[in-house]
Design a protein around this ligand. Sequence first.
Ligand SMILES: Cc1cc2nc3c(=O)[nH]c(=O)nc-3n(C[C@H](O)[C@H](O)[C@H](O)COP(=O)(O)OP(=O)(O)OC[C@H]3O[C@@H](n4cnc5c(N)ncnc54)[C@H](O)[C@@H]3O)c2cc1C
Length: 208
Amino acid sequence: MVTDKGRVEANFVVMAGNAYLGNLEPRLAAKAMPCGTQVITTEPLSEAQASRLIPNNYCVEDCNYLLDYFRLTGDRRLIYGGGVVYGARDPDDIERLVVPKLLKTFPQLKGVKIDYRWSGNFLLTLSRLPQFGRLEPNVYYMQGYSGHGVTCTHLAGRLLSEVLKGQAERFDAFAKLPHLPFLGGRRFQVPFSAMGAVYYSLRDKLGV
Ligand SMILES: Cc1cc2nc3c(=O)[nH]c(=O)nc-3n(C[C@H](O)[C@H](O)[C@H](O)COP(=O)(O)OP(=O)(O)OC[C@H]3O[C@@H](n4cnc5c(N)ncnc54)[C@H](O)[C@@H]3O)c2cc1C
């Protein structure tokens, strides 16, 4: 491979830049859509407040189509995430997006101070399944965990190490899954998905 700054020789290339890869490899960019999601963290809660908030200190994600996810930290802060920005633009005001969601779930936290906020990008696929495959016989890619990569990427790394050592059976089981493009292509996939999301969030609100 020849780059602006030099020449790199390798037996294999693995493309795992996920939502941050941009249009570097158009064949991958066409398969999935970058999305942003936002997280806020409260000030430390009192022991009494925290103990009544989430039974057994579970990590939770709700059952909505546009879901929220939350957990307590070791120092009794509530970390609360939610909201999707199709196309992965950075929102101007993360608190304005996420605090109403937090208060809907936990109205007893009205007035709580937000100490930290951040956003990041993940890569969404139409099927919500990750995409593994080969662009060339020695160029592999793995991407599109659709917001659920924390556990799945560990498996992906294992399968990739197997395939690089010559055992492709388990990698190919994933690689055979169809990689369907979003409706509207690169230009219209964001507005079309946003329109679809309005429909599904209405269903969330109606509890359908
Ligand atoms: C705010 C937020 C909350 C999330 N919460 C959860 C959760 O609760 N549970 C869960 O399972 N998943 C969650 N996810 C999703 C999870 O983080 C991703 O699925 C996972 O990180 C994907 O791993 P990855 O290695 O494929 O990509 P990434 O972790 O995005 O890593 C890609 C790497 O490639 C690098 N890169 C990109 N382009 C280039 C380039 N051209 N050259 C060199 N390097 C490059 C990037 O800098 C980055 O380090 C969340 C994501 C976000 C943003």
